[in-house]
Design a binder for this molecule. Structure first.
Ligand SMILES: [Cu+2]
Length: 354
């Protein structure tokens, strides 16, 4: 009842205001001298000054917010290429910022300077081909330069990794990541999604000699200053392997292998000192909305000194424990063996394209 009364009062108040405005308009129409709509010199000066205020407050606000938002930025990049991509980002910011500030000053400054005055006469200047040529050519060249350099950075990160890189597979599924290290032969054993079982979560082929020394881990440990070759797979939907502190990201796409490579330069211990946060940990996040628990899909990442990495690596378990017998394509029921042979054949093709 109370709410209803409040609404009735609000509606009546609105109707009253609308009627009052209408009455005022009618009074003006009847009693005015017919020159209310004419824009005076005073109006133009006022609007010109408003443009200047808009420039000052707008630009000042933008600069203040930009400086204030620095606290939300990531700490210094912990990868070699990240330093370059950060520099590239700031070069873009600087260039866009300078052009933005100059054009806004010209836009609002001229809006004020050439506000309407009765004594002013417009100067007719339809075009200038020379000017148009240069203001098209120069930004064009600058943009092409930026894009070509950006593509080069991107290709370095996503192209083939250096020869001596450590090979690691990151396998995403709803809603976690698993890492598989290639071991001393630096070759990942053949894998295929139809070979996935409860015991063989990544569908690795036990018969493949390359899989004998593959190790599985629930944390991604990275030795510092070592080139890493990361091969990425997904079991179900599209996920994304996102390492914000390493400025690295690549989608995990079902049915194909994606890759990225990087060299980590700052260990977890060093980054804790840099960020002044003794609890700091690197993290790998899923960056694609992949389902209900997407928000919680992450993996702890540790950048170790080479000694710490060796120690940790020793403790990790092999994909196939020598004593256990995990199901293999050949150990499957007889009617599925033929299908599996085809699958194995096809998966060889997939591997061959990696
Ligand atoms: Cu995901």
């Amino acid at each position: 009842m109370h709410t209803l009364l409040v609404w009735i009062v609000i509606i009546l108040a609105v109707i009253t205001v609308v009627r009052a405005v209408r009455i005022l308009e009618m009074v003006n129409e009847l009693g005015g001298d017919g020159h209310e709509d004419e824009i005076t010199e005073k109006d133009n000066n006022f609007n010109g000054k408003l443009l200047l205020w808009f420039l000052v407050l707008g630009l000042g606000g933008m600069i203040w917010f930009t400086i204030d938002a620095r606290k939300y930025l990531l700490p210094i990049s912990a990868s070699k290429h990240g330093v370059l991509t950060d520099a590239y980002l700031y070069q873009n910011f600087a260039l866009i910022g300078i052009v933005f500030i100059i054009t806004q000053i010209l836009l609002f400054g001229y809006g004020y300077k050439y506000r309407h005055k009765k004594t002013n006469k417009a100067y007719f200047y339809p075009d200038n081909h020379k000017l148009e040529f240069w203001w098209t050519l120069i930004p064009g060249i600058v943009l092409i330069g930026l894009i070509v350099y950006g593509l080069k950075l991107w290709n370095d990160i996503t192209g083939p990794a250096p020869k001596n890189s450590m090979l690691v597979e990151v396998y995403g599924k709803q809603f976690d990541f698993t890492a598989r290290y290639a071991g001393s032969d630096n070759k990942l054993g053949n894998s295929f999604f139809r070979w996935i079982t409860d015991e063989n979560q990544l569908g690795v082929d036990e018969k493949d000699p390359a899989s004998k020394d593959d190790k599985i881990a629930r944390e991604l440990h990275i030795p510092v200053n070592t080139p890493m070759d990361i091969k990425i797979h997904s079991r179900d939907v599209i996920h994304s392997v996102y390492l914000p502190h390493l400025r690295a990201q690549m989608n995990a796409v079902p049915g194909m292998t994606t890759q990225m490579n990087f060299v980590a330069t700052i260990t977890t211990a060093e980054m804790r000192k840099i960020t002044n946060n003794p609890k700091f940990d690197y993290v790998m996040l899923c960056n694609k909305v992949c389902g209900v628990a997407h928000y919680n899909m992450n993996m702890k990442v540790v950048i170790d000194s080479p000694e710490d990495f060796k120690k940790w690596y020793k403790e990790q378990s092999l994909v196939f424990q020598p004593t256990e017998t995990a199901p293999t394509p050949e150990a499957m029921p007889a009617d599925s063996v033929k299908g599996m042979a085809e699958v194995a054949h096809n998966s060889k093709k997939i591997v061959a394209t990696r």
